[in-house]
Structure formats: C-alpha cells, structure tokens
Design a protein around this ligand. Sequence first.
Ligand code: AMP
Length: 188
Amino acid sequence: MTMRRLLIFGPPGSGKGTQAALLAERRRLAHISTGDMLRAAMAAGSELGHQVRALVEAGDLVSDELMLALVERRLEEDDTREGFLLDGFPRTVKQAEGLLETLGADRAPDGVLLLSVPDEELVRRALARGRADDNESTIRHRLGVYRRQTAPVLGFLKGRLPILEIEGVGTLEEITERIERELDAADS
Ligand code: AMP
C-alpha cells in the first residue's frame, strides 16, 4: 500500500512546513497547509482574514468550527482525490475527531508523520532566524499552545492510525531522507 493520505505533525520551528512542501511535490499530493491558507486570507483582506488576524498574530488557535469548515471545503476539491498532505491540521482533538468523521472509512488517512525536535533546539533555531515576531516569549507561547492543545491529538490518533516518528534534527536533506525511508518502509 502506498501512503497517499497523510498528516504531518511537528512543533513550531520543527521544519514541518518546509518538509511538507517538498514531500507533497515529490509524491504529488495536495499540500493543505492551514497556516498558509489563513495567511493568504489575511493578505487578501478577506472577511476570513479579518476574523483570524488577531489570533494568528498572537500564536493562538482559530476556532475548531471555522477550521473544520475550511478544511472540509478544501478536501472536496479534485486535487485531493489522488492524495493529500495535511500540514498544521488537526491542531486539537476536536479537529481530529471532525476530520476522521468527514473522511470516513473510504478516505481515512494512511498515516501520521511526526517530526520530533527538543524544545531547546526549537528556541535556539527561532532566535537564530531573528524575525520580529520571534522573540523568546512568543516562541515559548507557541510551544506551550502546541504542548497543551496539539500534542494530545497524537494520543488520540495513536491506535487509530500508524504514526511514523522522524527525528527532526540535522540538515534539511538528512531529514528529507529519513522521511522518505520511513514512508518507503511503510509502503512496502
Ligand atoms: P502555522 O503556519 O501552521 O504555524 O499556523 C499559523 C497560525 O495559524 C497558528 O499559530 C494559528 O493561529 C493558526 N492556525 C493554523 N492552523 C490552525 C488550526 N488547525 N487550528 C487553529 N489555528 C490554526
């Protein structure tokens, strides 16, 4: 079985977005990044953008209802038929429950990729990037949100889906290589 319906998890700063974009391109999966979708809505000045701006800028989560509606609509598009990679969703157990219900047995996810990186390494990387919104307290806030609200999603998914854990420390190429190795092993 080839894994073509995937979720990717990793704390902020784990390199998840970069790896997700590369993986989606290599395997021709629809890359569904909810963070990118929200930032695009903000840039376009749409109503959705206005609704979410304050939360996104603070690193807090947008409501489950809004996110589920957004993702459900996206998953109805044709390009997701041959496979998709969900990046940044689900972020809460409620979102995960809603997602599995929406996909049903026919389109159930094949597995979860988990990029694991120690906290101290995440803070070090974020500070090295030096973005204005990357001061130590915002970074720690986003990490706290991840630990409190998103890490429990993995507990919920364990036992329901295969979880492929990948060490997210090393060069971009090394991590890509590990992801491919895990997926190839699971595919065969
Ligand atoms: P990301 O680029 O995935 O880190 O997302 C950036 C921001 O968008 C997050 O800090 C949240 O404010 C918001 N966001 C993205 N995905 C979700 C989601 N699944 N649930 C709630 N908020 C989200």
